[in-house]
Design a protein around this ligand. Structure first.
Ligand SMILES: [Zn+2]
Length: 554
């Protein structure tokens, strides 16, 4: 029975371009996971979109003197484009400024209100006396009361990950002009998170396959006690509040609305596909699974707030797992666009190929601790692993076959080494599969590369170049086994390197679609004819390291 799997990828707020830190922890693992499950024959929908209503976008628009929609649309296009070029296989990458999203948000808001999970309360919010406006979340900055981080925002502390209220901040200042705001009463709708305390605790407590950081952080927050949080704001940019009076100048707060983007994107995808009810397969069917790929700063939104909204609405599936990664750092510092020190994705793609980056980022994925991107590491991964191990193995086997055999037929008997090499293929399929299912992507990639290494060893041991001179039948057996290993490499690398996998598929002369063979060792029974192969990867000069490091410093 094929499974139904929702792959939900973090919605980036669009006030700038994507950099490698963004995609390393979210898009790369999500795409590996989605491609693997499609190849297995499972029914997958992978969705995400730009979060258009984030306050960083509104802030940037005010700074530049333009409307927020201009900033949001400009960066949405850049994100969409770069993600496509990387080969991330979204079924839909949309944004949150659509009619479908607004309708979905209003529906959820009203249902929660009707079920008594929302209430109106008056709260004190920072009010700028210089600009005569309320300042919410990212419009203010101050010291975190929990960890003393100096630049905590009004909605969250980037250092300890806790969600905050502006009143929590010590030495609060306006990000706009540095002035100290006054606190003034304002009325808002609150989500009664406290009503979900027990249900969430019970739900999370038996999630034993979650990453320890994700589970511990979530349980910690629940144990501290969940407090009701405002879900509307005094701001002009965002989704209107579906309440008749008193909310004309308020909007739904982005953290409540953005997470609904996973659901509205699935609904939009189903509509576009011409099967408007298909989203229900992924959200209403109890056997469907859903995986949320996130950065660690987004954990509470996906393990507490979004599940509370889902529980309050009723009948919608809760996350199967929130696959959150730690941070990817650059030269030991935070890979964050706010600090202007980053490798920008569109810039990378203007000079290099997507596949070596997909490979390197998967190999250093910050799964359980922060990891570091270096250009030296990138060049080494490309030259020593992709070119020298995977590319070299494929190339030498295909070249020897092409030069010496018009047709290669299935051998009538195999030696012990040949059988061992074929069983290594089965082992690789099993190991890669298990690791991806367990959301252990680095280990999955290592198992895939191990097969290329053992393939090289097999060829070195059998020495088909000698066999060609002494006994051509023996050489034929070795190369036939080599081609079987290549066919398996095509399969196990498909989730990581889809274009490379497709190229191998074509060089082996397979006519069917790349998904045709599934996650199985292809039984090659027919005669094989190999055309002259083209190299899979390009070697990079060492000067790339210095050039790129200089570029970063300038
Ligand atoms: Zn903190």
């Amino acid at each position: 029975m094929p499974k139904k799997i929702l792959v939900a990828v973090a919605l980036p707020y669009v006030n700038g371009e994507p950099h490698l830190g963004h995609i390393a922890g979210m898009n790369v693992p999500a795409d590996i996971f989605a491609r693997y499950h499609r190849l297995r024959g499972n029914q997958v929908v992978m969705v995400s979109g730009s979060d258009m209503h984030g306050t960083p976008t509104a802030l940037k628009a005010m700074d530049e003197g333009v409307e927020p929609i201009e900033i949001a649309t400009k960066y949405h296009e850049i994100w969409k484009n770069s993600l496509e070029k990387m080969g991330f296989s979204y079924d839909l990458y949309t944004h949150t400024h659509t009619a479908t999203h607004k309708k979905t948000v209003h529906d959820i808001f009203l249902k929660l209100k009707q079920q008594d999970f929302l209430s109106e309360k008056t709260q004190k919010m920072p009010f700028s006396t210089t600009e005569k406006m309320f300042l919410s979340d990212r419009f203010v900055e101050g010291e975190c009361p929990f960890c003393s981080y100096k630049n905590a925002r009004g909605d969250q502390c980037d250092d300890c990950g806790r969600t905050l209220d502006p009143t929590d901040l010590i030495n609060i200042k306006s990000k706009r002009d540095g002035s100290t705001p006054k606190f003034k009463d304002t009325t808002h709708q609150f989500l009664n998170l406290s009503k979900f305390q027990d249900a969430l605790e019970e739900w999370i407590s038996d999630k034993n396959d979650w990453r320890p950081n994700v589970k511990n952080q979530s349980m910690g927050m629940i144990k501290e006690g969940l407090i009701d949080r405002a879900i509307t704001r005094d701001i002009e940019w965002g989704i209107s509040v579906p309440i008749k009076e008193g909310y004309e100048n308020k909007r739904i707060y982005v953290w409540f609305e953005a997470v609904i983007g996973y659901l509205s994107a699935t609904i939009e995808w189903a509509e576009i596909s011409g099967t408007p009810d298909l989203w229900k397969d992924f959200w209403l069917d109890e056997d469907a699974e859903s995986y949320y790929f996130q950065g660690k700063d987004n954990v509470p939104f996906h393990t507490i707030i979004w599940p509370a909204i889902l529980l309050g609405y009723g009948n919608l599936n809760l996350p199967t797992d929130v696959v959150a990664n730690e941070y990817l750092n650059l030269g030991g510092i935070d890979f964050s666009k706010s600090k202007g020190h980053a490798v920008w994705l569109s810039d990378y793609l203007s000079r290099y190929d997507p596949e070596p980056l997909r490979y390197y980022l998967a190999s250093i994925m910050p799964e359980t601790s922060d990891s570091e991107f270096t250009w030296a590491g990138y060049v080494s991964a490309n030259n020593n692993e992709l070119v020298a191990t995977l590319g070299n193995f494929v190339h030498r086997v295909l070249t020897m076959t092409n030069k010496n055999f018009e047709i290669l037929s299935k051998p009538s008997r195999f030696g012990k080494t040949d059988l061992q090499a074929l069983s290594d293929c089965d082992k690789a399929l099993e190991d890669v599969s298990q690791s991806i299912q367990d959301r252990k992507f680095r280990s999955a990639l290592q198992s895939a590369m191990k097969l290329a290494q053992s393939g090289n060893k097999y060829i070195d041991q059998k020495k088909p170049w000698f066999e060609l001179k002494s006994d051509k039948t023996k050489a034929a057996t070795t190369l036939w086994v080599g081609i079987n290993i290549i066919a398996t490499l095509r399969t196990v690398f498909y989730p990581f390197l889809p274009s490379t996998s497709k190229l191998i598929h074509e060089m082996l002369g397979f006519k069917e679609n790349t998904l045709h063979d599934g996650w199985e060792r292809k039984k090659i029974l027919d005669d094989i004819k190999i055309e002259s192969p083209s190299p899979l990867f390009k070697k990079l000069e060492d000067t790339v390291i210095e050039d790129e490091n200089n570029r970063l410093m300038n």
